[in-house]
Design a protein around this ligand. Structure first.
Ligand code: AKG
Ligand code: FE2
Length: 304
């Protein structure tokens, strides 16, 4: 019995590993195409439900900028009222986590504050409500030529760790899906001191060779191929918001070199369905009934 369980574990995890590796290669693009074909009914039903969307001139410009550069500023799409609610939620979460877990909380350079939020799957939670911004969903619909699905939305705190830069502090492209875009919102002022999100636009990113095995890249490798002037350092006041296709643009961030400095940020990841990973969960949100259709499609694979 136990032996069988172990065998199954290795079998499924080997398959998982194989799928992850395949998606690091050029095959990823073709696998996504195949999956869309295989799940044509789902793709068509989602397209039919969203219908043809009329974008405002500003939304159209935002979508075009995203297409051309791989990133775009979207600060103006969010109300100050919502941003203040987000800030207050963030401060509450930080206080809560510090109280529960005083020792380990600030050990890593990065922590998901929303893990401490029992209400994180509720679409009425301010973090989800902000991430499901109607105009942003329209822009993403235009960009993907399909309705967006929100993989997750989280608030993170980045702090000084005193360690060598690692994981997302090093240059990389995201592999959440090969059709994806992330929404980022700063929840405190971000300067050179507290680890601004830093990226290469789509064109500059094209100069960096991708490798099957190496995912995170040292600065030296990047600066042998591109000029320092091509690096976009997204500093900004709190509530600065931007969309980035992080699967196409090389990026890194959270490099905080001064103790005591920190950065709060909302990250929402949007993909198209079907996901490139068969284990993707698509029914983790609650209270989806009352939502408008585009929002519903962002939190529910196929709403009734
Ligand atoms: O912490 C950062 O600024 C980088 C985050 C990142 O790589 C990501 O969200 O994909
Ligand atoms: Fe990333």
């Amino acid at each position: 019995m136990i032996l069988r369980k172990i065998k199954t574990f290795f079998k499924t995890n080997k398959l998982r590993l194989l799928i992850i590796l395949l998606h690091r290669s050029f095959l990823s693009y073709y696998i996504k195409k195949f999956l869309k074909f295989q799940h044509a009914k789902l793709v068509e039903a989602r397209a039919r439900l969203s219908g043809r969307l009329e974008l405002s001139p500003t939304e159209k410009l935002t979508a075009e900028n995203l297409k051309q550069n791989g990133f775009v500023d979207v600060t103006s799409y969010f109300s100050n009222e919502d941003m203040l609610l987000l800030e207050s939620k963030t401060l509450d979460l930080d206080k809560k986590i510090s109280e529960i877990n005083n020792v380990t909380y600030h050990k890593k350079f990065w922590s998901r504050m929303t893990d401490a939020d029992s209400d994180s799957g509720n679409v009425n939670n301010i973090i989800n409500r902000i991430a499901l911004n109607h105009s942003i969903l329209k822009v993403l619909h235009h960009y993907f030529s399909a309705p967006a699905f929100m993989d997750y939305s989280i608030v993170t705190k980045s702090v000084y760790s005193g360690e060598k830069y690692q994981i997302s502090q090093l240059w990389h492209q995201d592999k959440d899906d090969n059709e994806m875009t992330k929404l980022f919102i700063y929840i405190n002022d971000v300067t050179d001191l507290n680890g601004p999100f830093t990226l290469l636009n789509k064109k500059s990113s094209g100069k960096i060779p991708t490798s099957f095995l190496r995912n995170h890249i040292e600065d030296d490798f990047i600066f042998k191929r591109i000029n320092q002037s091509e690096v976009l350092n997204l500093k900004g006041k709190k509530f600065t918001a931007f969309l980035v296709d992080t699967s196409k643009c090389f990026h890194m961030g959270s490099r905080i070199s001064t103790p005591g400095q920190f950065r709060y940020m909302l990250t929402a990841t949007f993909i198209t369905l079907p996901s490139i990973y068969p284990w993707q969960v698509t029914d983790k949100y609650t209270n989806v009934e009352g939502l408008p259709v585009l929002e519903k499609l962002a939190v529910n694979q196929l709403p009734n």
